[in-house]
Write a protein that binds this ligand. Sequence first.
Ligand SMILES: Nc1ncnc2c1ncn2[C@@H]1O[C@H](COP(=O)(O)OP(=O)(O)OP(=O)(O)O)[C@@H](O)[C@H]1O
Ligand SMILES: [Mg+2]
Length: 306
Amino acid sequence: MNDMTEQDLAAAGTAPQTQELAQALAASQAEVEALRAELDETNRGVLALYAELDAQADNLRQATELKSRFLAYMSHEFRTPIGAIQSIARILQDRIDGPLTEEQEKQVRFIQTTSAEFADMVNDLLDLAKVEAGRIEVSPAWFEMVDVFSALRGMFKPVITNPDVVLIFEEPQNVPKLVSDDRKLAQILRNFISNALKFTQHGEIRVSAKRISETSVQFAVADTGIGIAPEFHHAIFRDYSQIDSPIQKRLRGTGLGLSLSKRLAELLGGDVALESEAQKGSTFYVTIPISVTAATPPVATESPSS
Ligand SMILES: Nc1ncnc2c1ncn2[C@@H]1O[C@H](COP(=O)(O)OP(=O)(O)OP(=O)(O)O)[C@@H](O)[C@H]1O
Ligand SMILES: [Mg+2]
């Protein structure tokens, strides 16, 4: 035993080690192979998933387009019969075909307000479809804010039936003549005011305008109504979003007014915002540039100067 050289000892020890090593190597190679096969399989799966996602995105795009087109056609087609109902109601109201009893007059007035609401809803839908299709155009022109306020005052006067609520239009503060689309701005404010009237049972709705920077003006519609809890502040600017509350259930509406308002404000180069606390009231803001041509690229705009 003592005669064994160091080499002998080494040889005696290496043989089984090499074997073990070779076995381990073979095992790990098989493992690598298995992993590679698994990876290939996963890759194929990922590719298939990508293809499926692409197909789904395509479907979604087509569905969105179809939805926009459907909305546009439907709302457009609705306008003719609504117009007919409104004209006939006017003929009855003007007693062209003879006198009306007191009850009949009330009924005709009901037809008129309901058809006006319906017309508003259809117009909102049509506008939304147009915005989605990128087909709504901004027509900038000079205008004075006081004129917009007085038009809105005239529009809402007959609508306010609750004696516990007053609608106040403040004198615009430091607001210069604007170059924007007054009809779209009025539409945004109309949506804010009609919401404020819907969700306020007592108190006041205050409409104001002030210049907040060199280049922008801010309009606010503040109410003393039911308010909106913070968790809903973002969601209500989305399509068809309405808050689940008892008062909401009594009121009609589609949940399109605010999302349309946001899109219109963006078209004018501005944005909308909200400050509100549940039970205390809400203030909706729309901020737009004093001159739409200066602040927005002339993509969707019909710029008079550039
Ligand atoms: N001033 C407000 N006070 C309290 N809640 C409001 C107010 N304005 C909007 N909301 C809430 O936000 C929701 C969305 O408003 P939006 O104007 O988009 O829809 P709508 O008024 O329900 O329907 P539409 O305007 O399409 O007729 C409302 O249903 C309501 O729940
Ligand atoms: Mg509304």
